[in-house]
Design a protein around this ligand. Structure first.
Ligand code: NZQ
Ligand code: ZN
Length: 387
């Protein structure tokens, strides 16, 4: 087991109607709030009016229209400007992972005198950030319990995972009822994203029985509960379990003491969604089984055997490569069964920019140091196999 140094400062407030305590929570951070949200889902579900009503005694500034795969320009830049011009005390993010990720970059940019891209691109280390409170409305990223935000810069095809311990939300409100309206497409993509967060931690050199047990349970719970959410979007228990599965998924708690894996599928997917603006979870679901097939070898096979036997119940009394192949096939079939398009062509990606994207990943993601080394040619092969 490896050494680690772990702290999550985020307070989770979970359950139906917990948002009622929003005024009390917000009053701990000041009067001036930047309310951030996306393209309108929070208005449709009545959450916008609810929040505005609860916070009637606060001074509220708003940043709307934050897009999926949130953009540096205009969203981060606009948010930073509003915070600076009005001396905002705290950011309240209401929406999915994209709104929250954008809010994190704004929180750091608001306390920095230079170009916020200096921070996101790791040229400069942030010294401070505004506090962030969130009401998460989509179970997927785990951004509500992690210190990262993923920001896209369209003109350079960059999609950067910006991480800093200053960016943990101070408080996250998790009310599963706000996820009842999440579409089937986004529910399935959220499940694939959270499953991949677990797999990125599971497939590594050095893990523990404890961590493997947590992660295998997390994967099984996601598969069972996502299906229930798709069958009955208002199944409170299934939405609640899925929500927590996702919250834990990206926090690192599942892999304390494990050796690093390099998060290869995220490294590759971020290029796909940077170049083509696709849904992150769908990109991951498409790549994951192809990545698994590509890296299956004498060195990696035992992890696939454990995964196949413990997550999918595959008969352990077979040749280890046969078990691994069945595990990879089961992974593919599960994603297919929740109606995720399983080919890049189905999400609008063709052959034309594969080599360019593979180079971008190889130059920027450090996957030569992943658990199973990926060089530019490996990355291009995985993309081509995903077409
Ligand atoms: O924009 P609105 O109108 O709010 O609609 C959103 C959006 O169209 C909608 N939605 C959200 N909550 C809803 C809802 N629709 C109906 N009812 C609700 N309750 O869903 C659509 C997708 O929202 P988005 O926030 O983009 O989805 P998600 O939460 O999956 O976030 C994806 C982003 O997070 C990044 C991804 O790369 C992507 O940019 N990630 C962030 C991570 C992190 N911070 O730790 C880790 C992940 O690996 C991931 O990379
Ligand atoms: Zn992800």
């Amino acid at each position: 087991m490896q050494n680690f140094n772990y702290q999550t400062p985020t307070r989770l407030i979970f359950g139906k109607d917990v948002v009622e305590s929003l005024p009390e929570v917000m009053s701990g951070f000041g009067k001036k709030i930047l309310l951030t949200y996306g393209g309108g889902s929070i208005k449709k579900i009545g959450l916008y009016d609810k929040v505005k009503g609860l916070l009637k005694d606060f001074e509220i500034y708003e940043l709307a229209d934050i897009q999926p795969n949130p953009k540096y320009d205009p969203s981060v830049l606009d948010g930073v400007r509003i915070c600076k011009e009005n001396n905002v005390d705290v950011i309240l993010s209401v929406g999915g992972g994209s709104v929250l990720d954008c809010s994190k970059a704004i929180a750091a940019g608001a306390k920095y005198d230079g170009d916020p891209w200096d921070l996101i691109s790791y040229k400069v280390k942030a010294q401070a950030a505004l506090p962030i409170v969130d009401i998460i409305t989509l179970a997927a990223t785990g951004s509500e319990y992690d210190p990262g935000g993923v920001i896209s810069r369209t003109e350079t095809n960059d999609k950067i995972g910006y991480m800093d311990s200053l960016l943990y939300p101070v408080v996250s409100f998790l009310d599963p009822t706000y996820t009842f309206t999440v579409s089937k497409k986004q529910t399935a993509a959220g499940c694939a994203d959270a499953m991949n967060h677990i797999m990125e931690q599971y497939f590594c050199e050095d893990s523990t029985l404890l961590n493997d047990g947590f992660m295998e349970a997390g994967l099984k719970s996601l598969m069972v509960n996502a299906k229930k959410c798709l069958e009955n979007p208002e199944d409170y228990t299934a939405r609640a379990e899925m929500m927590l599965d996702c919250t834990y998924g990206c926090n690192g708690i599942y892999s304390l003491g494990n050796s690093p894996s390099g998060w290869p599928c995220h490294g590759m997917e971020h290029a796909l969604s940077a170049y083509y603006d696709i849904t992150h979870g769908e990109g991951l679901a498409i790549i994951t089984p192809r990545w698994m097939k590509h890296i299956l070898s004498e060195k990696t096979v035992d992890r696939f055997v454990k995964y196949g036997v413990n997550v999918f119940g595959i008969d352990a009394n077979q040749d280890k490569f046969a078990i691994a192949e069945q595990a990879i096939d089961a992974t593919y079939k599960f994603f297919e069964s929740i109606n995720i398009p399983m080919h890049l062509k189905e999400v609008g990606i063709d052959e034309s920019r594969i080599d360019e994207m593979a180079k971008h990943v190889a130059d920027n993601e450090g996957l030569e140091n992943a658990w199973a080394t990926l060089m530019q040619k490996d990355i291009a092969d995985i993309f081509r196999a995903s077409l």
